[in-house]
Design a protein around this ligand. Structure first.
Ligand SMILES: [Zn+2]
Length: 136
């Protein structure tokens, strides 16, 4: 039996949750899911320039785990850039205080929820592009 995944501590959410090539509808694109722990690992290691040891300590996981999260995240970002796919931030095994406050970029609809694929689908207006408001 696989060991349950330990929640990864995430303190910062990306400002936008969907990135895609300009001018192409999301429905025409392959969508790659980038989990919040992958975003956080990229932020700490590639943006804040922390060592994987320091990033691991901040996220509450081992250095090996951070290393594999970063490798997976970089691969997804590279794949989206080079193949012209969309990236959508998804929840993943994270420890983040809920609820969050979202706003749809198309119609302005706002709602509160936790960042799971289910809650993001059940948000009401049906649009795919939204931002998270409490992180800025
Ligand atoms: Zn909407």
């Amino acid at each position: 039996m696989a060991r349950p995944v330990r929640p990864r501590r995430v303190v910062c959410l990306p400002r936008h949750l969907v990135y895609k090539p300009a001018g192409v509808p999301l429905s025409d694109l392959e969508v790659i899911g980038l989990s919040l722990d992958e975003c956080e690992a990229l932020r700490l290691v590639d943006l804040e320039d922390l060592s994987q040891e320091d990033a691991a300590r901040l996220m509450g996981v081992s250095r090996q785990t951070v290393s594999s999260i970063v490798r997976s995240a970089r691969r997804k970002v590279a794949e989206a850039l080079l193949k012209g796919a969309a990236l959508r931030v998804e929840a993943g095994p994270v420890d983040y205080p809920a609820p969050l406050h979202f706003r749809c970029r198309k119609c302005g609809h706002q709602w509160e929820g936790v960042l799971t694929p289910e809650s993001m689908k059940a948000r009401g207006c049906g649009h795919e592009e939204f931002v998270e408001l409490s992180s800025s």
